[in-house]
Design a protein around this ligand. Structure first.
Ligand SMILES: Nc1ncnc2c1ncn2[C@@H]1O[C@H](COP(=O)(O)OP(=O)(O)OP(=O)(O)O)[C@@H](O)[C@H]1O
Ligand SMILES: [Mg+2]
Length: 472
C-alpha cells in the first residue's frame, strides 16, 4: 500500500505532515481501541498496521539467544568465545575474568557493545544485548525473580542469508571449538580406592610438557603416528559406515626410558584428550573394572602401562582385612570388555598398552585387529640426540663433538632418558657434551665387555653341546 503515487514525488514537508497525521491517527486509534476492542484483537490489529507501514529493510538480523529454554545455545556459546578475538580499538567496554584452573584471562563483550566482522567480503555487525525479561512484583511473593535475557544480534545484508547460515555460523562453531581446546586444561585420571566409595577415578591436571616436537624418536615413525592420529579423529563417518567402534589401539614397546610414557603425554597434548591411567594391579574384580571403564569419557586416552606385568596372574590373591579374595581379572576378560561394551558405548576413544617386553605378551593382545599400531620406542639415535641437544642446550648448529657422538651412538645402547639426564647436568654446552662423550665411552666399554662375556658363554654352550653329541 503506497501513500503516494510514483509519478508525484512528495516534498519533505508533505512527507513530514503525512507521517505526523499518521502518528496522530495511530494515537487516536490506540486510545479508541483501548476502550472498544478486546485485548487480543487489539494486539493483532496493531501488529498488522505496524507491518503495513514499516519500511522494508535490506538487512537481516539473526537473534542468537543464550538458551533455547532447555539447554544452552551452542551458537551463543561459540559467538561469545569467537567474538573476543574480534575486539578492536573501537570497543569501549569488555568483561575480563579468570577461573582458578584456567590458563588465560577470559575476555567477553560487555552489554550493549557492538563490533564488525568480515567473512569472505561480507560485512557482519554484531551487538551484545542484555535485556531484563521479568520484573519482580514486590506485592506478589510468588512472582518470578527478575532475570536477564542475553542474546547476540547479528545483522547483515539479506542477500547473504544462505552464506551466513551455511558457512559463517558453522565456521564460528568450529573456531570456538578449536579455541576451547587450546584453553582446556587436560586431566589425568588415576585410581583411588577408599573403604566407603570403592575404587574411583580421581582427576588431576595433566601438566606433562611432552609434545611431538620435544620427543626424540625416529622421524618417519613420528610422522606415521601423527598421520594416524589425524586420520583417526577425522574419520567419524568412516567408522560409522564400516560398522566399527570409533576407537584406536596403540601398543608402545621398548626398553625403560625410551619415551613410551612421554609419547602418551605427547598424544594427549596433541589431541587435547584426557588420560585415564588404569593401574590393573589395583583392580581385583571384573565388576570394578567394568564400572571404571564405563566411567571414562569420550575423547580420551585409556592407558594400561606395563601390561606384561599387571594382568593375568591366575594365582593373584588380594587380602582385604581378614578376607582373602581370589582375583578374577584376566587379560582375555579385559580385552573382551574393551572390544565389546566399552568401545560401543563411546566415541573417539584411544587405548594404549605399554610394555618393556613385547615378546612376553599374550598372543591375544598381538592378534591383528586388536592393537592397530605397534610403535617401537628404541635407544637414542644421532637424530634423536640432536633434537635433545637443541631442546636441552639450545644447540642448533654443528658442534665439534658431534662427529664423535654420532660414531659412539652407533655402537652403544643408551636411552633418550639417559642422554637427556646427562645433557641437563651442565648449562655449559662444551662441558655437557664432553660429559655425554664420557658416558657413551663408558657404555661402549660395558657393552663390549657384555658382548665378550656373552660370546664366551655361547662358545662354552656350543663346546658342551658338541662334546655331548660326540658322546652319543
Ligand atoms: N624419546 C624421548 N624423547 C625425549 N625425552 C625422552 C625420551 N625418552 C625419555 N625421555 C626423557 O626421559 C624421561 C623418562 O621417559 P619415559 O618415562 O617417557 O620413559 P618410558 O619409556 O615410559 O620408561 P618406562 O618403561 O620405565 O616406563 C622423560 O620424562 C623424558 O624427560
Ligand atoms: Mg613409562
Amino acid at each position: 500500500m503506497n501513500m503516494f503515487s510514483s509519478k508525484e514525488m512528495p516534498s519533505p514537508s508533505s512527507l513530514f505532515s503525512a507521517y505526523a497525521s499518521m502518528a496522530a491517527s495511530m494515537m487516536l486509534f490506540r486510545s479508541m481501541a483501548n476502550e472498544l476492542i478486546p485485548h487480543p484483537v487489539r494486539g493483532y490489529l496493531l501488529c498488522t498496521i505496524r507491518y503495513i507501514f514499516k519500511t522494508h529493510s535490506p538487512q537481516l538480523t539473526l537473534v542468537i539467544e543464550e538458551s533455547n529454554g532447555i539447554s544452552r545455545n551452542q551458537v551463543y556459546e561459540a559467538a561469545e568465545i569467537y567474538l573476543c578475538t574480534k575486539i578492536s580499538s573501537n570497543t569501549e567496554r569488555i568483561r575480563v575474568s579468570k577461573s582458578p584452573k584456567g590458563k588465560n584471562l577470559t575476555i567477553r563483550l560487555e552489554k550493549g557493545e557492538k563490533l564488525v566482522d568480515f567473512y569472505e567480503g561480507i560485512q557482519l555487525k554484531w551487538r551484545f544485548v542484555c535485556a531484563e525479561s521479568q520484573q519482580n512484583n514486590r506485592n506478589d511473593p510468588f512472582s518470578p525473580p527478575r532475570s536477564e535475557k542475553r542474546y547476540f544480534e547479528l545483522t547483515f545484508h539479506k542477500q547473504h542469508r544462505e552464506k551466513v547460515l551455511d558457512c559463517y555460523v558453522p565456521y564460528i562453531l568450529e573456531r570456538a571449538n578449536e579455541m576451547k581446546d587450546e584453553e582446556r586444561v587436560l586431566k589425568m585420571y588415576t585410581l583411588n580406592s577408599n573403604p566407603y566409595d570403592g575404587i574411583k577415578w580421581e582427576p588431576i591436571n595433566l601438566e606433562h610438557p611432552a609434545t611431538f616436537e620435544t620427543l626424540a624418536m625416529d622421524q618417519e615413525l613420528k610422522n606415521a603416528v601423527i598421520d594416524d592420529l589425524n586420520r583417526f579423529v577425522r574419520r567419524k563417518e568412516f567408522y560409522k559406515k564400516v560398522g566399527r567402534a570409533w576407537k584406536r589401539g596403540y601398543l608402545l614397546y621398548g626398553p625403560p626410558g625410551t619415551g613410551k610414557s612421554s609419547l602418551v603425554a605427547a598424544m594427549a597434548n596433541y589431541l587435547k584428550f584426557d588420560v585415564y591411567d588404569l593401574q590393573l594391579t589395583n583392580i581385583f574384580r571384573e565388576s570394578d573394572l567394568r564400572n571404571l571403564l564405563l566411567g571414562t569419557a569420550n575423547r580420551s586416552i585409556l592407558v594400561i602401562e606395563d601390561i606384561d606385568c599387571s594382568v593375568d596372574f591366575p594365582d593373584r590373591q588380594h587380602t582385604d582385612g581378614r578376607k582373602q579374595h581370589q582375583v578374577q581379572l584376566t587379560l582375555s576378560g579385559l580385552l573382551n570388555f574393551i572390544d565389546g561394551l566399552w568401545s560401543s558405548c563411546g566415541d573417539e576413544r584411544i587405548i594404549i598398552f605399554t610394555t618393556n617386553h613385547k615378546e612376553r605378551l599374550d598372543p591375544a593382545l598381538l592378534r591383528p585387529g586388536r592393537m592397530d599400531m605397534h610403535i617401537h620406542m628404541s635407544y637414542c639415535t644421532y637424530h634423536g640426540f640432536k633434537l635433545l641437544a637443541s631442546n636441552y642446550l639450545g644447540i642448533y648448529n654443528h658442534h665439534h663433538l658431534y662427529g664423535e657422538i654420532e660414531d659412539l651412538l652407533k655402537e652403544t645402547e643408551v636411552t633418550p632418558a639417559h642422554v637427556a639426564e646427562e645433557l641437563m647436568k651442565n648449562e655449559d654446552v662444551d662441558t655437557a657434551l664432553e660429559g655425554l662423550v664420557k658416558l657413551l665411552k663408558r657404555k661402549k666399554l660395558e657393552g663390549d665387555e657384555c658382548e665378550a662375556e656373552a660370546e664366551k658363554k655361547t662358545a662354552a654352550k656350543r663346546q658342551k653341546l658338541g662334546s655331548n653329541t660326540r658322546n652319543l
